[in-house]
Write a protein that binds this ligand. Structure first.
Ligand code: ZN
Length: 504
């Protein structure tokens, strides 16, 4: 190669490097709006399975024009909705943010993640649907940090079908979170945020009351792609009604499409229902981006899209194709386990509070009252479970760090474990095996484990200062919040453990 040619190539390379480097926003620059999108139960490989069937304006706008992290993994256990949503927006894990499951036990009391008896429903006469708040959340979110940074002038709003998917992303200092009252087919909130619904939400609800399809579906609306349409309508109404992205400060809208999880649980990862749901979400994304372009302006907002977890393929489907898989029922196991413990210790009442998301929660009060040794009880249960088929590992949560388990499990268990809320024993089923409770559909599926089918999720960025590109190596769900905070030049959430990602 001639010296001159080498010099030209070197100059072009330098120019490209400089232009890529320059793409990062400088101090003082800020977008009008941050839009976080979570698609519940969306496996990463759906991006490639549906790529050729997607329109150019939905997912593909993010893939073809934006930046894709192709190996984003969930770095804690278990992989369920409330934790996924919370971890994406706090940049941390259950060990720190305290949301240890959709339901967990706080000091021995079974607790739904966002239930709050001190608040009331706002928006309908359905009393229980709005007794929700983010009070169990211990850490700040991106939105909380944005509010802190701007003297609470930034508007932060969460919208979803599920309460927990609207509440936790938005955070404790959010202006509002809205979710669906399925009984009445209306969007509601709680008195944690406000006394009355704003007019624009009332207007959305008026439209919903006239929706014949919604009336017909009733509480089963979650099984229909119509939910995606309603969530998009609500998100667009929020942008217009609250003039989001129109003020001096950066606002944040957290949108979660949650019905895909309901559909996945019912019909699993393959087939017409799943196809229909994702192709509809694609159209909804296109509609949302078009509205953002019109209201906020292309290039003035940054959007990210991820999932709270993935899902296993249906075990029968796997077995039909000679792949190792199966169902594991904790409830069926429980009777025999209780009998085994009683035969060893003579206790008359069960010492297990519950089995949730592959964790056994022990009844410490009952153990104490019966004068039993807590460590001994645990040992007996672990001994029994280790003889149980289809479990690869059984781990005492207090001894995770010293247990003979692969580092990938050790780290994710430690990051998922909270002494006060997290259960006493973790079990890890064999690959392809999943919990099959009374709620499960035989042709459906579930999630909650460490395996790539549950832990490998999409992570796409699009818009303000996001170049086109992709990255193949491992990043984590906890990197999302520090990435957004780094671009905005605001402090990371207060228990953030992730690293800011760059679009190189
Ligand atoms: Zn689910």
């Amino acid at each position: 190669m001639s010296k001159r040619l080498f010099f030209v190539i070197w100059m072009v390379g330098m120019a490209m490097a400089i232009s890529a480097g320059n793409n990062r926003p400088s101090f003082g620059e800020k977008p009008k709006l941050v839009v976080g999108i979570v698609v519940d139960q969306m496996r990463w490989d759906y991006l490639s399975i549906y790529y050729n069937r997607f329109t150019r304006d939905g997912f593909r706008r993010m893939i073809d024009e934006g930046y894709s992290f192709d190996n984003c993994l969930i770095n804690y256990l278990p992989t369920v909705t409330a934790i996924g949503h919370t971890s994406a927006y706090t940049g941390t894990t259950p060990a720190f943010h305290g949301i240890c499951g959709n339901t967990f036990f706080v000091d021995g009391k079974r607790t739904y993640c966002c239930s709050d008896s001190t608040v009331q429903t706002v928006g309908t006469d359905n009393k229980n649907v709005g007794k929700m708040s983010p009070r169990n959340l211990l850490a700040t979110t991106i939105g909380d940090q944005l509010r802190l940074h701007t003297g609470f002038r930034s508007k932060v709003i969460g919208v979803s079908y599920k309460d927990r998917a609207a509440i936790f992303p938005a955070g404790r200092a959010a202006n509002a979170a809205y979710w669906m009252d399925l009984k009445n087919g209306q969007f509601v909130t709680s008195s944690y945020y406000m006394k009355d619904l704003p007019q624009w939400v009332r207007d959305v609800n008026k439209q919903m009351a006239k929706n014949e399809q919604l009336k017909k579906l009733g509480v089963n609306v979650g099984l229909s792609p119509l939910t995606g349409v309603l969530i998009t309508d609500m998100a667009i109404a929020a942008i217009q009604g609250e003039k989001m992205g129109q003020g001096e400060e950066t606002d944040m809208l957290c949108v979660s499409y949650s019905h895909t999880d309901v559909i996945g649980h019912k019909w699993s990862t393959r087939g017409e229902h799943t196809d229909e749901a994702y192709l509809e979400i694609d159209k909804e994304l296109a509609r949302l981006f078009d509205a953002l372009d019109a209201q906020v302006g292309k290039g003035n907002y940054i959007a990210f899209l991820t999932a709270d977890h993935g899902a296993a393929h249906n075990s029968q489907f796997m077995e039909d194709h000679r792949l190792n898989a199966g169902k594991w029922s904790s409830e069926r196991l429980r009777k025999d386990l209780d009998a085994y413990v009683a035969s060893k210790l003579g206790n008359t009442k069960s010492l297990i509070l519950g089995i949730l998301d592959y964790r056994f929660f022990l009844d410490k009060t009952e153990i104490r009252q019966q004068g039993l040794d807590y460590q001994r009880v645990k040992e007996i249960i672990i001994d029994y479970l280790q003889q149980s088929p289809n479990l690869s590992f059984v781990v005492d949560c207090e001894k995770i760090a010293t247990s003979a388990i692969p580092p990938v499990l050790r780290d994710r268990m430690l990051l998922g474990y909270s002494y006060h809320r997290g259960g006493e024993i973790f079990v890890v089923p064999d690959p392809g095996y999943y919990e099959y409770g009374s709620w499960s559909s035989p042709v459906g599926t579930t999630h909650g484990e460490w395996n790539p089918y549950d832990a490998h999720i999409p992570l796409l960025f699009y818009g303000w200062h996001v170049p086109h590109g992709s990255y193949a190596q491992e990043v984590h769900i906890t990197d999302i919040a520090p990435t957004v905070c780094s671009l905005l030049h605001i402090q990371q959430p207060n228990a953030c453990i992730g690293n800011p990602l760059t679009f190189d």
